[in-house]
Write a protein of this length. Sequence first.
Length: 163
Amino acid sequence: MNIIIKNHLLLYRGYKIKCSIGKLGLTNAKNEGDLTTPKGLFKIGCLYYREDRIKSLNCKIKKKVIKENMGWCDDPKSKNYNKEVKLPFSFRTEKLFRKNRIYDLLINIKYNQNPIRKKKGSAIFLHLTNSKYLSTKGCVAILRKDFLKILPLITSKTKILIN
């Protein structure tokens, strides 16, 4: 069963959850830094989480602890564009270990992978937001309590449909 993102809602297995998307909405023609969320059906990657802030997880997908030296390359000039990298890194990155808690839990949405196309968007995640539901730079974001509700239902076969 797919996670569906539609009209600022995440729909999955009977849950109807408010979510944030890119500041400029959805697009079929995503470009790096354009503040849009890509439309389409995507596989999901592993769960990244802050072990110091999330004490227990009920999770069926592969998981990875976020360490202070972890980042995600969002610089099209790098051969590691749209990939996890170790910091410090000589190209522009999105830092995964953050103070503001939005990346305490995140799942990589496998957009622009296999093959990776330069300048077509990177670091598209399902991650956390707060009660203000501020727009994202292109990701999908939900409250922590909602993320923890759906996480046990997500499997390696789950896909995310953004439309």
